[in-house]
Design a protein around this ligand. Structure first.
Ligand code: SF4
Length: 350
C-alpha cells in the first residue's frame, strides 16, 4: 500500500486533502529517515490534549516576557499578541520570585525568557542576567532558553555568561519581509551576523523560520535555509504563520502543500541537523495535514502534534516518543535520535 493510500485509512485524516505528488516524493525519500525518531513535544505554556497524547498538566516549562505585553516593533503578523499568554516579569525580582515559586510548586524544569523588541529588533535583557545567573547556580537542573532577537558578539557572550542554554531567533531571508512585515530597517545580513555571533558561544542555537511570514506567501524561506546551511546551528525549528494574530485580511493562510515542500527542502538541505516543527501553525485540518507532512518529510520533532500525527509516524515506520518540554529545549538530547531509549515557538515569540 502506498503512503497516500495508507493516509486515507487514518480516521483523523478522513477529510484531509494531500498532494499526491508531494506524498510520493516524501515516500521516495523515506529510506533516509527510517531510523529518525519523531519527538512529539508537549510544552506546558499551552493547554494541550490530543486524542493520542496528553499534556503533563504541570507548569514545568513556562515562558516569561520581560516587557509584559509591550513591543515597539509591532510586526504585522504578531502585533505583540504572542506575548500575551506569557508570564509578565518586567523586573528581575519578578522573574526571580516566580521561578523560585515554580521550582517549589510545579517541578519547574526550565523556562523561556522572551519579550517585545525595541525599534531595532533587539530585546534588552542585560539587567536580568544577574538573576538568571543566580537561578542557574541555585538550580543547576534548569534549562534556560532565550529569544535573542537581533544581537551582536557582545550580546551573545553576555547570554552565554549568564548561563543561558538555548538561544532562539527567527531567521528572515527576504529584505521585503524585514521592511514590510517587521517595519524594520535592517538587512538580511544582520540576521546572519546574529547567527554567527551565537554560534561562537557554547549555547545551543535554535533558529526558527516562519513559513509564510511574507503575508502568507513563500518568499525568503529558501534563502533562510541557505543562511543556516552556512552555520553550524545543529537544529532548525520551522513554524507556520498564524494569520489570526494579524489584522483581518492582511495575511493568507499558506497552502499546506507549500509548507510540506519547505519541510522536504529543509530536510534535504540540512540532513545532519534536528529539523523540528515548532508550536505555531494554523489549527484545524490545516494542522493535521501539516503535521502529517512533517512526519512524512522526516522532521525530527513536532510540538503539540495534531490528531493523526502518531498514526502517520506508524505508517512511515518511524519510532516516536513524547517529551514534556519546549521542542527547542530538548535539543541537548539530539544525539539520541537513533536511540529507542528516548521513547515515550522570533526575534520574539513568533
Ligand atoms: S514578533 Fe516579536 S517583535 Fe514582532 S510584534 Fe511579535 S513580539 Fe514584537
Amino acid at each position: 500500500m502506498t503512503w497516500l493510500e495508507s493516509l486515507q485509512e487514518i480516521e483523523e485524516l478522513e477529510d484531509a486533502e494531500f498532494d499526491a505528488g508531494l506524498v510520493a516524493e516524501m515516500e521516495r525519500a523515506a529510506a533516509q529517515n527510517q531510523d529518525r525518531m519523531v519527538r512529539f513535544s508537549t510544552p506546558t505554556f499551552k493547554e494541550y490534549e490530543s486524542s493520542e497524547l496528553q499534556s503533563c498538566g504541570k507548569n514545568s516549562f513556562p515562558a516569561f516576557s520581560i516587557t509584559a505585553a509591550g513591543c515597539a516593533l509591532m510586526c504585522d503578523h504578531c502585533e505583540a499578541r504572542i506575548l500575551e499568554p506569557m508570564i509578565p516579569a518586567i523586573k528581575p525580582e519578578m522573574l526571580d520570585r516566580k521561578v523560585r515559586e515554580l521550582v517549589e510548586t510545579e517541578d519547574l524544569q526550565g523556562f523561556l525568557l522572551s519579550g517585545g523588541s525595541n525599534r531595532r529588533n533587539e530585546i534588552r535583557y542585560t539587567r536580568f542576567y544577574p538573576v538568571v545567573e543566580q537561578l542557574k547556580r541555585d538550580f543547576p537542573h534548569l534549562r534556560i532558553a532565550i529569544h535573542t532577537a537581533l544581537t551582536d558578539e557582545k550580546g551573545a557572550k553576555e547570554m552565554e555568561a549568564a548561563g543561558v542554554d538555548v538561544a532562539m531567533l527567527d531567521i528572515i531571508g527576504a529584505e521585503e519581509t524585514i521592511r514590510e512585515v517587521y517595519h524594520l530597517d535592517r538587512p538580511v545580513e544582520d540576521f546572519e551576523a546574529t547567527v554567527e555571533a551565537l554560534c561562537a558561544t557554547s549555547m545551543q542555537i535554535s533558529p526558527h523560520i516562519v513559513i509564510g511570514l511574507h503575508y502568507g506567501r513563500i518568499l525568503g524561506e529558501e534563502n533562510a535555509l541557505d543562511i543556516l546551511s552556512r552555520h553550524d546551528t545543529k537544529a532548525l525549528v520551522l513554524v507556520v504563520i498564524m494569520p489570526f494574530y494579524a489584522r483581518p485580511g492582511t495575511f493568507a493562510t499558506p497552502d499546506t502543500r507549500d509548507v510540506g515542500r519547505i519541510f522536504l527542502e529543509a530536510r534535504r538541505r540540512l540532513p545532519d541537523r534536528q529539523v523540528l516543527l515548532g508550536c505555531a501553525r494554523p489549527p484545524g485540518m490545516h494542522k493535521r495535514v501539516t503535521d502529517a507532512y512533517a512526519v512524512m518529510a522526516g522532521l525530527d520533532g513536532i510540538a503539540f502534534p495534531a490528531d493523526g500525527a502518531v498514526a502517520v509516524a506508524g505508517l512511515t515506520g518511524r519510532p516516536f516518543h513524547q517529551a514534556h518540554a519546549c521542542c527547542s529545549i530538548k535539543l541537548g538530547e539530539s544525539s539520541a535520535i537513533n536511540s529507542i531509549a528516548m521513547l515515550k515557538n522570533t526575534s520574539c515569540a513568533a
